[in-house]
Structure formats: C-alpha cells, structure tokens
Design a protein around this ligand. Sequence first.
Ligand code: NAD
Length: 369
Amino acid sequence: MTTIYKIALLDGDGIGPEIMKEAVKTLKCVEKRNDINFELLNADFGANAYFKCGDPFPDETKAICDQADAIIKGPIGLNHEESKKIPVDKQPERGALLPLRARYNTYANYRPVFLPKALGHFSPLKAEVVGEGIDLIMIRELVGGLYFGKKEVGVNNKGLRYVKETLEYDEEQISRIMHEALKVSMRRKKVLHNIHKSNVLKSSVLWNEILEEVAQEYPEVEIKHILVDAAATLLCLDPTQFDVMVMENMFGDILSDQGGGILGSLGLMPSACIGPEKSYYEPSHGSAPDIAGKNIANPYSMIGSVAMMLESSFNMAAEAKNIWNAMQGVFIDGYSTPDLSKPGAGVKMISTSEFGDKVVAKLKAMPKV
Ligand code: NAD
C-alpha cells in the first residue's frame, strides 16, 4: 500500500518561493522513486500572509500545519525599511515564526555546518584551516531564553523610554536539550562542546549545572566547556576541533550564522526544528531580500531541509543521503551558485532553478533505495 505523508508548505517571503520550488522538485522526484505519496498543502505565512489578510500566521495556516505530518518552511521577513510597514507585533518573526515554534514546542534545532574537503574552496578560511573539511553540528535550544521571555516597553519614572526583556530557562528545558545533544554526541565522536557565558550570565550557571547532571547518564561523552565569545573566534581559527556544539537560543541564532560564514554562504545552511510531536524544517537563513526574485539564491539550504525532514520525520535516511550526495555532486562537478564563487575561469555559474534541475537529474540516476 502506498504511504501517504501530508506536508505543509510555507513558501515564506523574499527568496522563499524560489528556493521552495526547487525543494518541491526534489520531493516530487523522491515520490516517484519510492512507493510514497506526498500530499503538499500550501499555506500563507510571514509578511506575504500579513499583507493578504492582516495576520502573518493566519488560522487557515495553523489548521493546515496541525493536520500535516511535517512542515517545510521557507525563510520569512522583509528588509529593514519594508518591515516598518507592519506593526511591530505582527512582523514576521514575532507574529509568525516564534508562534510556530511555540505551537509545536520545537525545542531542538539542528544546524549542520558541513563542507566536504572537495568543496573546501568555497570557504573563506585558508585551505590548511579547512583541512579535511568542516563537519560539525550546532544544537540550539529553540523555544526558551530571551526570545520567549516576558517583554515590557514603556516610560520609566524618570520619564525615559525603556525596554525590559527576560531571559528565562527552567531545568526541564535545559535538561531535554542536553539529552538531545548528548545522544547526538554518542552517535558521532563522543565529544560535546558546551557553549555558555557563565562568567556573566546566571542562566549559563544553571545551564552548566544541569549539563553536568545529565551528562552522568552519558559517561562516554567528553564535555568541553567554552565561552560563547571564545567559540566565535575558534570557529574561524580552528573549526575542525568541533563536532557537536550545544547552546541556548540566542547564542545559537548568532553562532550558526557564523557557521554559514565559514562555509562560504548561508545558502549552505539547512536546519531541522524538532518537537515532541511535530517538527518543521527551514533554512537557517533569512529571506535574503537583496537577491529575491533574481533566480540566483542557493537552494541547497532548502533542499537540505527536505533531506533532514525525510530522515527525521519519515525514517528515510538512505534517500536523504542520496539528496546530500546529489547536491554536493553538482558542486563537485564544478558548478557554483553566485553566493559561493566569483565569476571567472573554471567557474560554471548556475541559477537557482538550474541547481534544482541538476540535483533531480543526479537523484534520478541513483539506484532506488
Ligand atoms: P539573510 O539571512 O536573509 O541574508 C544575509 C545574507 O546572506 C544576504 O546577503 C543574503 O543575500 C545571503 N543569503 C541568505 N540566504 C541565501 C541563499 N540561500 N543563497 C544565497 N545567498 C543567501 O539575513 P538578513 O538580510 O539580515 O534578513 C532578511 C530578513 O530575513 C529579515 O527580515 C530577517 O528578520 C529575516 N530572517 C528570517 C529567518 C527565518 O525565517 N527563520 C531567519 C533569519 C532572518
């Protein structure tokens, strides 16, 4: 009997629709190669939804996401000036992204930072720093901390405008992300880098305390503590020392963009946002308004998010691996999207849609799993 999976597709803003198109091409190819039917349910989400109906996360979209087995989400958001056309609380991240994360309690965000040796030339780092390639994963707590804490804006008793935002974590929130990170470490090199700021933040003191307790259940994993500021430097100077890195919400937001930087582009950064019952998958980056509508965005991050969905939500690890191999194969054949190389001798520049077509062609040529 054909397996049916319902997938909510939230195209998003900016480059979202362009890179989603390539992700859907890939999904359709996977569907043909396997006895599977993907029921794709399109829904509005982000600034486009706000301009259509006054709500960046409309009820119809919530209903579609509720009935889906998994959600694929394109990036959302507008550039600085355009954002001002939307009231602060309805702006895409506050009005849609954080509510999506809260609705499905997607507390574990997996952000692989991966560049095989053969593609080391895409990295802005020196060849001897990239060495045998970059292969680490950042595990970011996604539904706690400063982004989800209470907020207060007003005028204080001195008549000055002020703002107050709260960074809050309880031991349960910390413990569950530590279990995720330690389990991933067990499957990899059994080394976990804990990213914190306990010299300044009390939240990090509790974070570290809970890690020490949870880590006792994983005695084989070596824990290395590193301050977030030092981690930022070492990611540039010596990224190959890292394997699994765990961090709280805001540190993960910032450090994972640096992850994209050391690979050569945010376009190489997919992600999985895992919740207890439902997960959603999105590129780590934003809507890239500067290049939207030009068919030049790199869809690797979006197609990679599909691969992560196949593995995590649908138990299709082998087909996910085929997608990774197909995407890397296109680059290894000498092709490049414009974010990764300057035009010049030896560079075969391709567009967003050409990249998608080449991935599908490679996938079709692979033996069925
Ligand atoms: P951005 O991540 O959109 O872009 C940063 C730089 O990376 C830009 O130069 C862009 O062209 C480039 N880039 C990003 N993805 C690329 C891709 N796939 N291919 C080629 N180049 C790529 O960051 P920004 O410009 O600061 O933010 C734009 C909007 O996105 C803002 O509204 C922001 O709030 C939002 N945002 C949304 C998410 C999300 O949906 N999860 C995440 C981050 C930012």
